[in-house]
Design a protein around this ligand. Structure first.
Ligand SMILES: Cc1ncc(COP(=O)(O)O)c(C=O)c1O
Length: 382
């Protein structure tokens, strides 16, 4: 496999990096917000260079080639046939989550979601003035699963929307067909729309697992699902803000477009340029990235298993490890590790206090150093 230099550290200070600027001037390894420390695929960097060199940066329009590439990619990778008119372009997926909450039901309705979950799932319903109901995932045979009985019990006559994350950030589950079918029938029985955030769909680490788009599972699923996707996590271009929704139900799509009108800006031209180059020519880079991430994931799993007070389940997808730190007996394990030189995401932000999330999308040497610091800290815990 071609070497794309994932082992070579890239200096990210003075690049307006959210991840690195947070701990600037302190000896803290930043393994929190979900971007990777790797350079993007070379064709993406070249395409951006050409576009910048052109020098005129007027209002953009979605490139026809990109629309074709997305439809072709969904068919090839996920056996999911969509029409170009099902696509709605967005400057970000968090924006898509918020628009979904504003376009389904009324302000007095409820949104249900499964925790732990990426924090904007918890804030988007409230931003639109609605209620939020959370249902915890449960552990079974060393992995996190949906508790369908609890989910069914949590549904009321006000529940109109399920915010769903597949693959799941932070637990890394890749939901299988049986789970998706069960989820869709539960939503169909209760007339609930599903907003399925599939931003991590290309980052499947287990070779025996495949991503299945929720909307692709049946006509029923397609009719009640807003799918959110992006090249941003896959090709490490989240700062360029290019994402899309797939909504085949015309009525639902119109409501979504209405909620966006006059508020959501167009995707910027560099985002389009990067997305098109990535979907056209980024796939060998992705194959190599996945191999590298598998190595990092094995290292994290092995090291965490050897540490006092910490445990985690196998990461099926994403570059995020969800670590149970409850036995440390700290009210803020994130702060505890920060004081020990490692910047992690705090579980309470995901609706699950006592846990931390570790982003292993970085070069292995840095990851090793961070894990050593964590090991030392857990050993010396006071
Ligand atoms: C599940 C999920 N959705 C959305 C996002 C962010 O999307 P965007 O940066 O496009 O708003 C993330 C980023 O970590 C994520 O993990």
């Amino acid at each position: 496999m071609k070497d794309f230099g994932f082992d070579t550290p890239v200096e990210r200070y003075n690049t307006s990096s959210l991840k690195w600027d947070r701990f600037r001037g302190r000896d803290i390894i930043p393994l929190w917000v979900a971007d990777m420390d790797f350079r993007s695929p070379p064709p993406v960097i070249r395409a951006l260079g050409r576009r910048v060199e052109h020098g005129v940066f007027g209002y953009g329009a979605v490139p026809k080639g990109l629309i074709h590439l997305v439809c072709e990619m969904l068919a090839r990778r996920y056996s999911w046939q969509i029409e170009p008119e099902h696509l709605v372009w967005l400057p970000g997926l968090v924006c898509g989550l918020n628009i979904a909450c504003r376009s389904v039901g009324t302000a007095s309705d409820e949104v249900v979601t499964l925790v732990p979950i990426y924090p904007p799932f918890l804030t988007a319903p409230k931003n639109s003035g609605g209620g939020l109901v959370t249902v915890p995932l449960v552990a079974e045979r060393n992995r996190w699963i949906i508790d369908f009985d609890e989910l069914a019990k949590s549904i009321t006559s006000k529940t109109r929307l399920l915010l769903f994350c597949n693959p799941h950030n932070p637990v890394g589950r890749v939901y299988n067909r049986e789970e998706l079918d069960k989820l869709v029938s539960l939503c169909a029985r209760n007339d609930i729309i599903i907003c399925s955030d599939e931003i991590h769909c290309d980052l499947i680490l287990d070779s025996d697992k495949n991503h299945i788009p929720t909307a692709s599972t049946s006509l029923e699923a397609a009719a009640r699902t807003i799918t959110l996707m992006a090249p941003s996590k896959t090709f490490n271009i989240p700062g360029l803000g290019c994402s899309f929704a797939v909504i085949s139900n015309r009525q639902l799509r119109n409501k979504f477009l209405q909620a966006m009108a006059g508020i959501v800006p167009e995707v910027n031209i560099l985002g389009f340029t990067a997305a098109e180059a990535a979907y056209r020519e980024g796939w060998d880079w992705l194959a190599s990235l996945l191999e590298y991430l598998r190595g990092n994931s094995r290292l994290v799993e092995k090291e965490i298993a050897s540490m006092d007070h910490l445990s985690m389940y196998h990461v099926e997808s994403t570059y995020l490890a969800w670590i149970d730190a409850r036995k440390l007996d700290k009210c803020s394990p994130g702060r505890f590790f920060e004081a020990s030189g490692v910047g992690l995401s705090e579980g309470s932000d995901f609706g699950f206090p006592g846990y931390v999330r570790l982003n292993f999308g970085c070069c292995r040497k840095l990851l090793r150093e961070a894990l050593q610091r964590m090991k030392r800290a857990t050993k010396e815990k006071k």
